[in-house]
Design a protein around this ligand. Structure first.
Ligand code: KIV
Length: 273
């Protein structure tokens, strides 16, 4: 059975039901034109807070706000009709208390029409996951390498490399699954750990630098389209060089403006022929 049908938006329960049956294909999108092109091919689109770095050239993901994320999610929802849309909860919008998380999650879902939120955090955030889920907010948990912890990690480092560290990440994933999360993003973990977590929990794991065994995969779209200044993370794969095409088109446009070959009368109004 495929969740990939036309015109009907993939639901959160449909994604959960993919576990063990069908891999979940997901990418990020922050703006309408990209979301429109991705939509028919994907089961899930993540409006990731990675837009802070990718779209706004910020040094990390910590400064993006609830209003900014809600605006991006609303644009992505308006431009799509098929994929399930999940929006990231920004740093500082949910860690304080489950009540704070619910206020901001419900605000983002109501403002955008997105279907679920994603939040980063280990076992300490499982209580928040339960609070949200019991109140109608589907949660995709994010464990392993959690970019919002960049300052506590001292950089972006793969996680779960020792037995003790791997056990902690496994327990994080289990805690969120038991709290009612519909899925778990596993980012930047040892391959064997990604596999082990996938086999240990009954909800889908969506990997990014985790394991081919995960129930699905998510990547930052710009990483696979050549739109990241030539810096491709180890876990991504270049599928197209759209960056080179854009650069080529801009160079040709600039040259035609400068040599007077653009615009021609074809691009002008009120020209009688
Ligand atoms: O913000 C993001 O894009 C993410 C994914 C890459 C998992 O969290």
């Amino acid at each position: 059975m495929s969740v990939h049908t036309t015109q009907v938006r993939v639901s959160v329960p449909a994604l959960t039901a993919c576990k063990g049956k069908q891999k979940i294909a997901a990418l990020t999108a922050y703006i309408a034109p990209i979301a429109r092109m991705l939509d028919e091919h994907l089961d899930m689109i993540l409006v990731g807070d990675s837009t802070a770095m990718v779209g706004y050239a910020m040094p990390d993901t910590l400064s993006i706000t609830v209003d900014m994320m809600a605006a991006h999610a609303a644009a992505v929802v308006r431009a799509t009709q098929h994929a399930c849309i999940v929006v990231d909860m920004p740093f500082g919008s949910y860690q304080e208390s489950p009540q704070q998380a619910f206020a901001n999650a419900s605000r983002m879902l109501a403002a955008s029409g997105a279907q679920a939120v994603k939040l980063e955090g280990g076992q300490v955030m499982a209580e928040t996951t339960r609070f949200l889920v019991e109140r109608g907010v589907p949660v995709l948990a994010h464990v392993g390498l959690m970019p919002q912890y960049v300052n506590t990690m001292g950089g972006y480092k793969a996680q779960g490399m020792t037995d003790a560290a791997a056990q902690r990440v496994l327990e994080d994933a289990v805690a969120h699954a038991q709290a009612g999360a519909w899925g778990v993003v596993l980012e930047g973990v040892a391959e064997g750990l990604g596999r082990r977590i996938t086999e240990s929990i009954s909800i889908p794991t969506i990997g990014i630098g985790a394991s081919p065994a995960c129930d699905g995969q998510v990547l930052v779209t710009e990483d696979i389209l050549g739109l990241t200044n030539g810096k491709i993370p180890k876990f991504a794969k270049p599928y197209a060089d759209v960056g080179a095409l854009i650069s080529q088109a801009a160079a040709q446009y600039a040259s035609e403006v400068r040599d007077g070959s653009f615009p021609t009368l074809d691009q002008c109004f009120g020209v009688k022929r």
